[in-house]
Design a protein around this ligand. Sequence first.
Ligand code: DMJ
Length: 460
Amino acid sequence: MMTFAWDNYKRYAWGNNELRPLTRNGHLGNMFGGLRGASIVDSLDTLYIMGLMEEYEEAKEWVQNNLDLNSNGEASLFEVNIRYVGGLLSAYYLTGAEIFKQKVMELGEKLLPAFNTPTGIPRGVINLGSGTSWSWGWASAGSSILAEFGTLHLEFLHLSQLSGSPLFTEKVMNIRKLLNKIEKPHGLYPNFLSPVSGNWVQHHVSIGGLGDSFYEYLIKSYLMSDKTDQEAQKMYYSAMEAIETNLVQKSPGGLTYVAEWRGGILDHKMGHLACFSGGMIGIGADDGPAGQRQHYLDLAAEITHTCHESYSRSATKLGPEAFRFDAGAEATATRLSDRYYILRPEVIESYMYMWRLTHDPKYREWGWEAVEALEKHCRVDAGFSGIRDVYASTVSHDNMQQSFFLSETLKYLYLLFSDDDLLPLEDWVFNTEAHPLPVIHKRCLQEHSATQDHGQTNLE
Ligand code: DMJ
């Protein structure tokens, strides 16, 4: 599947951000501020892990000769960080090729002006040339989005590790400090925050879109620190407790789900994006309050089961963008506009983590069902495409092979069917785009301070 997706991207869309498999051309879009080759940068580590060395070499060569970081467009800070910074970092850590380090440091520097706000909370959009930044037009009252400014921590810590400069860490620790200090309604973190006043702008809480990877980066910051970052640990488990108290629900049919919260009123819907939380709660099971391990493992398994149900209950065996638990619905989309599937990874991501944690064969069976469904409904002559309605037995394709399909969906599937010693979870943490970053082991930190004592500045 990876070779097929890659070969078609290469043939019809090389250097563009994504492949349009029906029209057989490339798509650039406006998310990455004029940066190109998102599918290449997102694929580097997947190709390498899969042993597709020829393809990896051509990807690396493109980065070396063609990845131009001197663009002057408006980029999503979040998307550039998770795909480009994350992709280059993990390519560097896996292969040791200097070019990736060089590129990622250059790009990291370009993102720093986004933090020049009264609170240090970055705005969502940055011009990579001028450094000017602003908020998304659709975000209420010029606010910044929790899942965007809360999904920088892992990458920025590694930028500091690689450069020896504390600046990157300082920027994200400042975000952490503000979030830790600010009052939280019922212990919950709303999705919109003003970068000017540092106050919440709306009381909408979600573990799906707009909130999701903020929670993911709390527990992963703790794990990536070799379990030394106790502040992240504390924030994660308190957030989980509040989510369980206020958002976690059981449907009449016995399915556990995580609803959304709007100023105290529950919206009984779960987005596909929220399905990453099965895996997240699973990897966080070991380090919560005493006696909670089994509880978290059960919750993780229940949520993953619910997400699998959202797939099983469709004609294509792929899940919708959002499914509901009201008006008689149980894990199905009720609105036409929620019925699409754009090759997203989150459900498969949870299968992979739950497989690693439990070795229950059902997770591989569910993963295989997804493979068959992707092959049947999303494979077209020139690549893979999203579909517009998972409930229609004759599918209509959306003509887009998303870069996260190569970086996440296919990587998580590959890991699901690989041995546990391929990227062991004790040593690697996946960023939210599935780019593996190494755990910064305590012994490494000790060596680091020892080398610093001898006048050296970085870890190599
Ligand atoms: C990816 O870019 C990342 O997983 C992000 O956290 C959420 N959206 C897509 C995949 O669905």
